[in-house]
Design a binder for this molecule. Sequence first.
Ligand code: FAD
Length: 468
Amino acid sequence: RKADIECRLVVLGAGPGGYTAAFRAADLGLDTVLVERYDTLGGVCLNVGCIPSKALLHAAKIIDEAAHAGELGIRFGAPKIDLDALRGYKDKVVGQLTKGLSGMARQRKVRTVTGNGRFISANELEIDTADGVQLLRFEQAIIAAGSQAVKLPGLPWDDPRLMDSTDALDLADVPKRLLVVGGGIIGLEMACVYDALGSEVTVVELADQLMPGADPDLVRPLAQRIGKRYGGGIHLKTRVTAIEAQKKGLKVSFDGEKAPEAQLYDRILVCVGRAPNGAKIGADRAGVLVGERGFIPVDRQMRTNVPHIFAIGDIVGQPMLAHKATHEGKLAAEVAAGEKKEWVARVIPSVAYTDPEIAWVGTTETEAKAKGLDVGVGKFPWAASGRAIGVSRTEGFTKVIFDEATHRVVGAGIVGINAGELIAELALAIEMGAEAGDIGLTIHPHPTLSESVAMAAEVYEGTITDLY
Ligand code: FAD
């Protein structure tokens, strides 16, 4: 059968991994086709993930800052929230970025095909487009089909009051009582948004701390702040056992040591993780191995077991983060174009854009302890930072973890406003093999929160005794 489309390289999925791969491949001269089932490029991250959530968190921050301005002698009235306008703002931000991507694709002559694609052989995809099924024949492929929210089974998913993160970003209303199931990054970011908009938020988490994976001390300032604010509180080691749709609300039963009594909620947001789309793209017909949980195994060059087919982003494993996907996308495109490269990054930073933010990179203290690594920690409390005091946000701290033998940075964690911006310096420190002295002797601008990074290194080296 004659192919409708032929190309050197096809990229399946136009999220941050896919569009980065396609653009890089085109820049390197490969004739590239980008296949995406949705009308806009950008994937989860731009359309229903990183970008819209951060636009709404910006609104939450403004509401919170206005509420606390009284301390400075400035008083605003209660916020009036125009939900349609707020949604419009979020959509405008998303639209600006997704349109930008379409322009960039055109500029590079990357052909985009809108439709759901699946492999039918090691060199062919079938795509369900508006004009019928199209056959695409390729020499090389990059799978970038991402992930989707896990829908816990046995829940009344046909009830619109039960939401996943995509539904929550739609801002249908501000529910009076909102239950967030899952105290990980995505759940807590959305909890911050709805709390600021006026919902009474309750969070339940199965693990014994919020944001499992981060060091417990990093999470404490966030837990304390939201524990005080959220009307419904935070319930750890708690499992939702049943959700029953009633007219007045969704009735939820819980199980756990300190589980709350069964209660009614106006809406429930379930954020219990994301599952890769590996099992949904006909990978077997291309001979590509897919693991039990739907992840596709790859080597250090992002090649699957079929050498001319690569895979990148959420579909190849944790951490499911946009900046990991883009890094992998660029690498896969370069290898596909014949460059001799492989994965060399040592660390991938994680950031929760909650209030306060939590960011960490490299080895955590918990991990170091479990592995018996010989590490030391330099910690600088923001209560001693002039900048943090000036903006009334002293609950944060910066800690840097060093290898005791070499004094090299092996990990870091920051909690506090702008922690996500501050962590990048420590990712660079790890990549460059920086030692405590390198960081402490680097002159940081005053008064900034970035000074806390140098101070933490100096605390470790013992070169400051008083915190000021
Ligand atoms: P995706 O973005 O999932 O893109 C895959 C694309 O492939 C999709 O557009 C999909 O429609 C398409 N596709 C799938 N199957 C097919 C098919 N068969 N045919 C055609 N097209 C197909 N990460 C961060 O780093 N920072 C954040 O702040 C952050 N915030 C987040 C907030 C939320 C609410 C969510 C849900 C996620 C967030 N993430 C964040 C995670 C981030 O969005 C993902 O890690 C990232 O989008 C993964 O990129 P990807 O390219 O692997 O796949």
